[in-house]
Design a protein around this ligand. Structure first.
Ligand code: PNS
Length: 163
C-alpha cells in the first residue's frame, strides 16, 4: 500500500492545501494530513480548530485522515510506518526552505523520502499568511480558502479577535 504524510501548520487551511490533498489522494492509497502542534508561534486558530477544519474538508476523500503530531516529523512518519513526506512547491522562493527541510529529514531518517508536488498555477500565490493578512484588512478571501474556513475567519473578525 502506498501511503504519504502531508505535514503543515494549516493556519488556516487554504485552497492550495486542499488542491494538494486532492491530488495526493489520487496518487496514494492513504494520505495522512499531519498537523504540527508546535510548528508555529502564536497561531490564529487553535490546533483543535485547525484539526476540525481539516477534518471537515477532508471528509469527502475516502483515503485521507487528519492527525496532530508533536515533536519531529520523521518520528511521526516512523510511528505511522510511512516513508513518504509530501510537500507542495509553489515557486522558487519556497525552494530553499523546502530543500533544507527535506535534507534535514533525510539526515534524521534516511528511510523517509520527501516528494514535492508543484502547486496548481492559479494557486501559486496563496499562503496561510496571505489569507490572514487579507482577512485582517477586510478583503475577500472566498476564492482562496474553503467556504468553511472563510466562515471561521469571518467569525473571528466579527468577534473582534486581532488576526
Ligand atoms: O506549513 P508549514 O508551517 O510550512 O509546516 C512546517 C512543518 C510542520 C512541516 C515543520 O515545521 C515540521 O516538520 N515540524 C516538525 C519539527 C521537525 O520535524 N523539524 C525538523 C525538520 S525541519
Amino acid at each position: 500500500m502506498r501511503s504519504a504524510v502531508y505535514p503543515g501548520s494549516f493556519d488556516p487551511p487554504t485552497n492550495g492545501h486542499m488542491d494538494l490533498i486532492a491530488r495526493a489522494s489520487r496518487l496514494y492509497d492513504k494520505v495522512v494530513v499531519a498537523l504540527g502542534r508546535n510548528s508555529i508561534k502564536n497561531p490564529l486558530f487553535s490546533v483543535e480548530d485547525r484539526r476540525r477544519m481539516l477534518e471537515e474538508e477532508c471528509a469527502r476523500f475516502g483515503n485521507v485522515s487528519v492527525e496532530v503530531f508533536d515533536g519531529l516529523l520523521v518520528d511521526f512518519c516512523r510511528a505511522q510506518r510511512i516513508e513518504v513526506i509530501l510537500r507542495g512547491m509553489r515557486a522558487i522562493s519556497d525552494f530553499e526552505k523546502e530543500f533544507q527541510m527535506a535534507l534535514t529529514n533525510r539526515t534524521l531518517e534516511p528511510g523517509v523520502e520527501t516528494v514535492f508536488l508543484p502547486t496548481s498555477a492559479d494557486l501559486m500565490f496563496v499562503s496561510s499568511s496571505i489569507v490572514r493578512e487579507i482577512a485582517r484588512l477586510g478583503g475577500d478571501v472566498s476564492r482562496l480558502v474553503p467556504d468553511s474556513v472563510a466562515r471561521k475567519l469571518a467569525a473571528r473578525l466579527s468577534a473582534g479577535v486581532d488576526i
